[in-house]
Design a protein around this ligand. Structure first.
Ligand SMILES: [Zn+2]
Length: 301
């Protein structure tokens, strides 16, 4: 079996059947054995070191009073783990337990288990922060099911709102031989290149979205669209769906409104960038991303 993508397939048991068991959840929230995964202004609490680790804070009543939102994440080794949002504090709290840092910068330095646990907690808390009001009637919403649903407080509405995940396709386009399409965005550092990507639109299959995005960005038509793997990317709420596809022609028509540039790169160029990153003019995507995984799997096949 393939190694899971970073952030995916963590060891937590989500134990979803327990979310609606209010007595059990209350018991866990009163137990000093339970663990909090704290967030503050969308930053995660970590212990710095050669390899940073996610801080696990023993739960206490006092701590819970300061939390805006608490979400039951699941069980790790039988222990209940909760994400808790401390964004109400002006200054970072819990300093005796670690330092708050943004997962977007930190992710690739964490171990796999911590990476998956901390992005799950971050995604859950950010969803609550962005869904405080009902999209149907505008009234306040309240957390339900241990943080896995929100419900509108307007008795005429009572709309139930479930966590939203936005699908995005990301695709490696190749020529069937030794060349691959890479492109870059204007804001990226010099030399940085990646595979193409974009959001899925209403009424599209994933394959439709892959073909449309490739045509919009570089003017290539493609065939042989094959699923590769997926990766949660909760920055704020995406899932990246990875594909490979074969270009049916080689002449590109790059859309410079969307991209800084794009072009064909050889397998050797990619391998050089992978093996000697400091000596190469080509910079590959960060190590924890599915884009890097798609490029490496293709280059090493
Ligand atoms: Zn409503």
């Amino acid at each position: 079996m393939k190694t899971p993508n970073f952030y995916a397939s963590g060891p937590i048991d989500r134990a979803s059947h327990l979310r609606t068991d209010q007595d059990w959840i209350s018991e866990q929230l009163a137990s000093p054995n339970s663990v909090l995964i704290p967030l503050w202004k969308m930053q995660s609490l970590v212990l710095e070191g050669r390899q940073p680790v996610g801080a696990r804070v023993p739960l206490s009543r006092g701590l819970l009073f300061g939390a805006d939102t608490v979400v039951f994440l699941g069980l790790l080794d039988g222990v209940a783990h909760f994400a808790a949002d401390f964004s109400g504090y002006e200054d970072p709290p819990l300093e005796e337990h670690g330092r708050f840092a943004d997962m977007r910068g930190l992710g690739q330095r964490l171990g796999h288990e911590d990476g998956s646990l901390l992005v799950y907690a971050r995604g859950a808390i950010q969803w609550h922060a962005r869904h405080q009001f009902c999209g149907t009637c505008g009234a306040k919403t309240e957390s339900r099911d241990a943080g896995h649903m929100r419900q509108c407080t307007n008795p005429e509405c009572k709309a139930q709102i479930f966590p939203r995940i936005d699908p995005a396709v990301i695709m490696l386009v190749h020529d069937g031989g030794d060349r691959v399409v890479l492109g870059r965005q204007k804001v990226w550092p010099p030399g940085q290149q990646s595979v193409l990507a974009g959001f899925v639109e209403q009424g599209e299959s994933l394959e439709d979205a892959v073909a449309r995005e490739v045509f919009e960005e570089v003017g290539l038509t493609i065939t042989d669209i094959h699923y590769h793997s997926s990766q949660p990317w909760p920055f704020p709420s995406s899932i990246m769906l990875g594909y490979t596809a074969l270009a049916t022609s080689e002449e590109m028509n790059v859309n410079f409104d969307e991209m800084d540039d794009a072009g064909w790169f050889t397998r050797q160029q990619v391998l050089d960038a992978q093996n000697t990153p400091d000596a190469s003019a080509l910079r590959l995507p960060r190590a924890d991303s599915i884009s890097r995984r798609l490029i490496s799997d293709w280059a090493n096949q």
